[in-house]
Design a protein around this ligand. Structure first.
Ligand SMILES: [Fe+2]
Length: 236
């Protein structure tokens, strides 16, 4: 029996919904690879692009993908695979909180929203940061900024000043070029979780295990007592 103690907080494992896994069989192989690396729970974070989808349409597509995958798991009589919690990787934009049902983009059963920033720094506008302020202070949403390594330190610090926490990608944590920055954020006490950001390469699960072995006990919310309920309480 494999000891499963970890939660992978960032994964494009739901099939056919974004640029991640395309087929159910690929998702199942990824679930098995994750299990072998000690992962017992995966937060599925398909991309949510506010300019492309309504919230309800996104949730409908996400549920369909999840149900489609689960039917395959059941038909193959697979048991013991990591549990999937449905979430989203939300692309931040100014006025996101004006979208109908935006709060449903939180990880199901929590008030945690995983957000990414626009790829282009010039789109990190004051309006976008003001939206983060309102999400945290008015909507009482715990904002977790994903893969901060993709952005300037200035934008990361602005998010932290507003009260966001960070999710690091295992690939960044374990890379020579990314390790220093990862350590800095961890030592600041601002990293609450690590994820694989799995798209199609199952090697990320081994990197995740390595990252958790090195840094797992130094996260702001610790594994193995790391559960969605724990983090929900901790980030309130
Ligand atoms: Fe992602």
């Amino acid at each position: 029996m494999i000891m499963t103690k970890y939660t992978d907080w960032h994964s494009h494992i739901l099939p056919g919904i974004d640029d991640g896994s395309q087929h159910r069989q690929d998702s199942i192989e990824a679930l098995q690879a994750a299990l072998e690396c000690g992962i017992g729970r995966i937060v599925a974070t398909p991309h949510f692009y506010p300019h492309k989808n309504s919230v309800d349409r996104f949730l409908e597509r996400r549920n369909n993908s999840y149900d489609h995958l689960m039917r395959k798991v059941v038909s193959l009589e697979l048991t013991g695979l990591p549990e999937i919690r449905k979430g989203a990787e939300v692309l931040l934009c100014g006025g996101l909180d004006n979208m109908e049902g935006y709060e449903k983009l939180c990880i199901e059963g929590t008030n945690i929203m995983m957000v990414e920033l626009p790829f282009v720094e010039s789109e990190h506008t004051d309006e976008m940061f003001e939206t983060v302020y309102r999400l945290i202070n008015d909507s009482k949403i715990s904002v977790i900024m994903v893969h901060p390594h993709r952005y300037s330190d200035r934008s990361v610090m602005r998010m932290l000043d507003l009260g966001a926490m960070l999710q690091l990608n295992a690939g960044d944590v374990t890379s020579l070029s990314g390790r220093g920055r990862a350590k800095k954020y961890i030592e600041m006490g601002k990293v609450c979780c690590i994820g694989t950001d799995f798209h199609r390469d199952v090697k990320v699960f081994e990197k995740y295990r390595k990252a958790m072995r090195t840094f797992g006990d130094r996260l702001a919310v610790k594994d193995p007592s790391f559960s969605l309920d724990v983090i929900k309480d901790d980030l309130k």
